[in-house]
Design a protein around this ligand. Structure first.
Ligand SMILES: *[C@@H]1O[C@H](CO)[C@@H](O)[C@H](O)[C@H]1NC(C)=O
Length: 102
């Protein structure tokens, strides 16, 4: 299964409650993984906002976008949500999604 085609990240600004798409780069063209195995997906972003939120979504082939996990820029800790966790490196503008084995 091509996880990169299923997982997209969106960076949005909290400013005024508006959602302003910023620059997001995912350098891995694809990541192959077996179900239930661990996988790591890299993502770099760019934004001029001082406060922002980062969202990782899953896009099933049936369509739609399922929110997996979010990271707020002011949060001093990496977000965790079940199997999903983030390695958020604010200074590097990097937010890696780690899916733990299950
Ligand atoms: C997230 O975890 C990584 C690896 O342990 C660490 O380098 C980084 O500083 C953490 N980020 C935050 C926002 O806590």
């Amino acid at each position: 299964m091509l996880l990169s085609s299923l997982l997209k990240v969106v960076v949005a600004s909290l400013c005024l409650g508006s959602i302003i798409a910023q620059k997001v780069t995912q350098d891995q063209p694809q990541v192959l993984g077996q179900e239930k195995e661990a996988v790591t997906l890299d993502c770099k972003y760019d934004t001029s906002d001082s406060r922002y939120s980062l969202f990782w979504y899953k896009q099933p082939s049936s369509g739609g976008m399922i929110l997996l996990i979010r990271q707020d820029s002011f949060n001093q800790q990496n977000a965790t949500e079940g199997r999903y966790s983030l390695n958020f490196q604010k200074a590097r503008k990097s937010v890696t999604l780690v899916i733990a084995a299950s």
